[in-house]
Design a protein around this ligand. Structure first.
Ligand SMILES: *Cc1c(COP(=O)(O)O)cnc(C)c1O
Length: 392
């Protein structure tokens, strides 16, 4: 059911600038990785405040190649959150290493430092910290854990391009950070990703791995006879970003801060329109951090009188799309089979998994549409309609 007035969970913010940028790439005759990918990398690294950025086909590739470049493989353990997209944990499996899930903080649903500390073993080689929904994880605690235990901290910043911790952009606190430009993300190239790091050798290795394992020095060098040659150093992957994607990325990067400000405004509208509704509350926000506001997640508590799935079905029937971020990964059939995960292992994540509901949040949402979503949520949990005077 998708009548024309169906309010989609997400709509990308695109304009004539993107069309023009794509047309320019087509006319240039250079479609694959080239000058636009390089320019996007430079501007993205400057935005984040990191020394190097490598444009890739996805955030999944960025996470996977970061682990590979760090030498993580069979016998190693990598700790991460169960409240994330499957990619974050799957890449650990792809490297032959073992994912170890640790529980999350009840207010932000970010990985809980104490839970990670309890799962550290001599085999722990890395921790992948997801800045869930755009709220930065506790980077002070993870940096101090990292300093004491020596694992590689990898930031999954798929939700958190604009986020800051202590006045500093996330993505610069660990060995590497990974970003997603998937269609529903705050900056989109349709599909795409970026690896960011201050470590030049790591960036070079990731770039080589993304291009089959070719030696980059020889790839760009021309012999005395003017003919290009290269050396293949290892069996790498194919995960580079095309100039078509990068051209979109350059335009979208220019829209980023305005999009963030627009989402933050809409978060304020939702907060005001839902503040008095019993049993419904947004995720917690820590003072002093810059939240990227990628998702507006509410928790449907048992006191709401309707469970989360009933709320979701009713909203859908009312023509409103929602999302669930995320059912805990340790209880998915694959990870149950691999790791023997069972109900009760990670109680905070499991409780959250049945309660989280993401409402539409993107710059194109009008005040009327936010009001319509809030009214529908109020109706389904039996709250009185919002008084007209308090409408935005
Ligand atoms: C979207 C997402 C990814 C994967 O991004 P792709 O670009 O689709 O590979 C990884 N981690 C998180 C938290 C995500 O939301």
């Amino acid at each position: 059911m998708a009548p024309t007035d169906y309010l989609w969970f997400h709509q990308p913010t695109l304009g004539p600038e993107e069309e023009q940028a794509l047309a320019e790439v087509l006319r240039s005759g250079w479609l694959t990785t080239g000058p636009r990918a390089q320019a996007f990398e430079e501007r993205f690294a400057a935005y984040v405040g990191a020394r190097r950025a490598v444009s890739l086909s996805s955030c999944t590739a960025a996470l996977h190649l970061a682990l590979r470049a760090l030498g993580i493989g069979p016998g190693d353990e990598v700790i991460t959150t169960p409240i994330t997209w499957a990619a974050t944990a799957n890449v650990i499996v792809h490297c032959g290493a073992t994912p170890v899930f640790a529980d999350v903080e009840p207010d932000t649903l970010n990985l809980a430092p104490a839970a990670v500390e309890a799962r550290l073993t001599p085999r722990t080689r890395a921790v992948i910290l997801v800045h869930f929904a755009g709220h930065p994880g506790d980077l002070d605690a993870f940096r101090s854990l990292q300093a004491r235990h020596g694992f590689a901290l990898i930031e999954d910043a798929a939700h958190a391009i604009e986020a800051e911790w202590g006045g500093r952009r996330v993505g610069t606190f660990g060995a590497a950070a990974a970003y997603s430009f998937y269609a529903t993300k705050s900056l989109t190239t349709g599909e795409g990703g970026m690896l960011v790091t201050d470590d030049g050798a790591l960036a070079d290795r990731v770039r080589s791995l993304s291009q089959h394992g070719l030696s980059l020095g020889t790839w760009t060098r021309y012999r005395a006879d003017g003919v290009q040659h290269y050396a293949l150093l290892e069996a790498g992957y194919k995960a580079n970003m095309s100039d078509l994607q990068a051209a979109l990325g350059l335009v979208q990067l220019g829209r980023l801060e305005a999009g963030w400000a627009a989402r933050r405004e809409r978060v304020g509208w939702y907060d005001a329109l839902l503040a008095d509704v019993g049993g419904i509350r947004p995720l917690g926000r820590r003072p002093g951090v810059r939240h990227a506001h990628h998702l507006y997640v509410i928790l449907v508590d048992p006191g709401a009188g309707r469970d989360r799935d009933a709320v979701r079905v009713t909203l859908h029937a009312a023509g409103i799309g929602t999302g669930i971020h995320f059912p805990p990964l340790h209880l998915e059939p694959f990870y149950r089979g691999l790791l023997g995960g069972r109900e009760g292992d990670l109680p905070v994540a499991e409780a959250a998994g049945t309660r989280v509901l993401s409402l539409p949040l993107y710059p194109g949402l009008t005040a009327e549409q936010v009001g319509r979503v809030a009214d529908a949520v109020r109706t389904v949990v039996g709250a009185p309609p919002m008084p007209v005077t308090r409408r935005t």
